[in-house]
Ligand binder design. Sequence first.
Ligand code: GRF
Length: 212
Amino acid sequence: MVKTAILVSGGGTNLQAIIDANLFGEIKNCDLTAVISSSPDAYALERAKYAGIPAYVVDRSVFPGRGSFTRAVLNKLQDIDIDLVVYAGFNFILDPPIIKAYQNKIINIHPSLIPSFCGPGYYGLRVHEAVLAHGVKVTGATAHFASEIADDGPIILQKAVPILEDDTPSTLQRRVMEEAEWEILPRAISLFCEGRLEIDGRIVHIKEAGDV
Ligand code: GRF
């Protein structure tokens, strides 16, 4: 079983989607070993407690900088011997040491169709505000491996979501989560844990279940 840690910062709806998918057997060969929150007030911690998953807080606000915060998160991950890290509504970019320690073993979910509307400053509602302001007709979500550049790592799965005439940033955010994020993130985790992902530079190939 792949020992997996889910990193969160807020409400945790993506965490809930992972917990439910795991409960229904939709995620193979995955052990939800821990939830790590960057905030003691994250509602995601309640979801972890309710699901019986050990939860830890590495409180971003008590660390002087990104370097010390990154080290603290990395120490926690290595303390509990984690194999796979998932950024599920985790609102912080961490420093290179964690990318080196978990090369192609960190999966992030971003609420747009990368390479559009991503990178520094594009998180939460801001993404959907920019999408609507630009007048695009389709958006969606992307599950990808984290790299040293925000939202730039090899793409595992994407799902498109149409933009409706009367969409607001909030209605769009909700629909992107419901129709894309909550579906592709659990699936990306399962593909990783089944050993069905093959990375060739920027390209992620998905192998047939029978070929692993
Ligand atoms: C989601 O759109 C996620 O992609 C973004 O923050 C939103 C809330 O995520 N990073 P969650 O409900 O905390 O999982």
